[in-house]
Write a protein that binds this ligand. Structure first.
Ligand code: MN
Length: 177
């Protein structure tokens, strides 16, 4: 099965597209008051997924590009909700196609760290490590992702407990605090 990915933008032909807007992200950012005051239809990120397999297919792979838009809620950069994999013993590859940002990671003990992203950086997300993307630049951050179709996504743990650290702009530069 063949399709095309634009290596400049990360856009995938024949992809399913989903959007996450400010209004979908209640409780995700620290400054809920600032989030509530923003235009609720503003896009924070979108995901284009090439669906070679149905979600859940044992042994299958899925490929997608996440596009995180530039912006901040308070002093916190636009970011994805973040997730663990429901099947914790599964890893994932991310690579940066365009823009500038950070991959924020947290293991199950709550240890939290970040890897800087710029075009060409390749990131291995180990098993049992939660992950989210944040855009620290002025352009769209585009990140290619390849994951197992049957890993499942556990958003609930992060929705309940969050990440141990947040990526904020401190004195004009991103800092994980
Ligand atoms: Mn994942």
């Amino acid at each position: 099965m063949r399709t095309r990915i634009d290596l400049k933008t990360g856009q995938i032909e024949d992809a399913a597209v989903s959007f996450r807007r400010i209004g979908d992200l209640v409780g995700v950012f620290a400054d809920e008051e600032a989030r509530a005051a923003m235009p609720q239809d503003a896009i924070v990120y979108r995901v284009e997924t090439h669906q070679a397999e149905k979600e859940g297919t044992p042994g299958g792979l899925l490929f997608g590009t996440s596009f995180v838009y530039p912006g901040k809620v308070g002093d916190e950069y636009f970011m994805t909700k973040g997730h663990f994999h429901a099947r914790r013993d599964t890893a994932e590859y991310y690579f940066c196609i365009a823009g500038k940002g950070a991959l924020i990671l947290m293991d199950e003990s709550g240890k939290c760290w970040a890897e800087e992203m710029e075009p060409g950086t390749l990131h291995y997300i180990p098993r049992s490590v939660a992950h989210r993307l944040a855009n620290t630049g002025e352009e769209i951050l585009a990140v290619g992702c390849c994951w197992g179709a049957d890993i499942g996504h556990d958003y609930a743990t992060i929705a309940r407990e969050g990440f141990a650290k947040r990526l904020r702009e401190v004195d004009g530069a991103p800092k994980l605090v």
